[in-house]
Design a protein around this ligand. Structure first.
Ligand SMILES: Cc1cc2nc3c(=O)[nH]c(=O)nc-3n(C[C@H](O)[C@H](O)[C@H](O)COP(=O)(O)OP(=O)(O)OC[C@H]3O[C@@H](n4cnc5c(N)ncnc54)[C@H](O)[C@@H]3O)c2cc1C
Length: 386
């Protein structure tokens, strides 16, 4: 924790980019500019496959991978971990391999997640671990369980194996006393994820908060769920608050299948519920929370509250952003004395491509993020020249 304690100014680009050399800033500028190229964005998926097939992985590694990922393995993420730590920021190692569907791949992912828990238990720079349930259990089974569809015999065996992996991960976190986030995913599999997580919270959160569920406030029913869980559960509660990453997919599916979309009617409603959820968690001392957002207003709201209540000390409340994004929030919050940890995704380049392409999509000018990241980088470049 840093010594200075005041409200953060997210305009301070000197603090935000102190960890980047001039060369690194120029590279980031080039990268965020290239996200505005519709050709690159529309063709990113096959271009990246071609680049890898041609043995030119180095190009991806030196550009988009370096911006958003820690390394190809946990060990290779060491530079990212120590760089963040030098600014008082923690690391959350996120094994970001996606799209594998075999039992062997699920087993292997579970082992890797447990390795991150062991690493976190031995390394004070890593305050949390995290995993996605679809990395260890089949999407279709989570869907069947969420819908209440009966499983056949083979599916039942697979489901039991998935549940065992889930439990081994949570049990390991409890044994090693490492706090663990369970990421939230699509609404049609989230009920099953919630049931698994609620059971684990009940089991492992009796003495302290170990397992955290994730609440997506772009869903109109989730603020009520958060309140209901607070009232129903007597154990320690942990929640990671996010707006939600699957909005287009959720809306398209609801439209196609003719049911009411679970997504809020507009952005203002998502913002309203997100801030209400932040307020709710802060006002309930039994809840530990992670404010997972790149939104300045929500971050400031929580920072103000913590300052006013004199709750800057302690580790009940953390702020979190993704590596390579919103450094102006992470570094300025940390500089002002708040708890901050960044998700540091890692994994073999070809396997983390879906994650990288999502980051690229999210940073187009159409979504507004690239404009902000780019203008902050350019402001800092200008400031350094003066
Ligand atoms: C540390 C961390 C962990 C995360 N973990 C998860 C996770 O487990 N599961 C997950 O789904 N996502 C996760 N995310 C992603 C997150 O849900 C958001 O997609 C992302 O952070 C952008 O939202 P924001 O709060 O940062 O900022 P903002 O830019 O203020 O909000 C953008 C978000 O607002 C919502 N939104 C935008 N337009 C509308 C609209 N018209 N109507 C309604 N809502 C709208 C969408 O959720 C959109 O992503 C995580 C993000 C971070 C930083």
């Amino acid at each position: 924790m840093n010594e200075v304690s005041h409200l953060p100014s997210f305009d301070n680009t000197k603090v935000a980019f102190a960890h980047k050399s001039n060369f690194q800033l120029r590279k980031a500028q080039w990268l965020f500019r290239s996200f505005n190229s519709s050709f690159l964005l529309n063709n990113g998926a096959w271009l990246s496959k071609l680049t890898i097939a041609l043995g030119l992985k180095g190009i991806i590694k030196a550009t988009i991978f370096e911006q958003f990922c820690g390394g190809e393995s946990m060990q290779a993420s060491e530079t990212a971990i120590s760089k963040l730590n030098a600014s008082g920021i923690g690391t959350i190692l996120d094994y970001s391999v996606e799209g594998e569907e075999s039992e062997e791949a699920f087993d292997q992912t579970a082992v890797e997640v447990m390795e991150t828990i062991i690493k976190a238990s031995q390394d004070a720079r890593i305050p949390f671990s995290v995993f996605k349930v679809t990395g260890i259990v089949s999407f279709d089974l989570l869907h069947a369980q969420s819908e209440g569809r009966e499983l056949n015999e083979a599916e039942q065996i697979q489901w039991e194996r998935g549940k065992a992996r889930f439990n081994s991960i949570c049990q390991m976190a409890h044994e090693k006393q490492v706090r663990l986030f369970v990421d939230a995913e699509e609404s049609w599999i989230q009920d099953a994820i919630d049931r698994l997580t609620e059971e684990a919270m009940n089991l492992y959160n009796q003495e302290s908060c170990i397992v955290y569920n994730t609440i997506q406030l772009y869903r109109h029913d989730r603020l009520a769920y958060l309140k209901e869980q607070t009232e129903m559960c007597s154990c320690h509660l942990g929640f990671k608050l996010v707006r939600g990453a699957y909005m287009e997919k959720e809306r398209a599916r609801a439209l196609e299948m003719g049911y009411q979309s679970p997504i809020q009617v507009d952005k203002a409603s998502t913002d309203r519920d997100y801030n209400a959820a932040v307020q709710w968690c802060l006002e309930h001392p039994r809840i530990s929370c992670c404010i997972g957002t790149h939104n300045e207003d929500s971050s400031l709201l929580a920072a103000k509250w913590l300052q006013e209540q004199g709750e800057m000390e302690g580790s009940r409340v953390y702020f979190s952003q993704l590596l390579g994004m919103s450094d102006h929030i992470s570094y300025n919050l940390s500089h002002s004395g708040y708890n901050v940890a960044k998700y540091v995704p890692y994994g073999p380049i070809s396997a983390v491509m879906p994650y990288l392409l999502r980051r690229a999509q999210e940073n187009t000018s159409a979504k507004g993020q690239a404009g902000r990241e780019l203008s902050l980088i350019e402001r800092e470049m200008k400031r350094r020249k003066q």
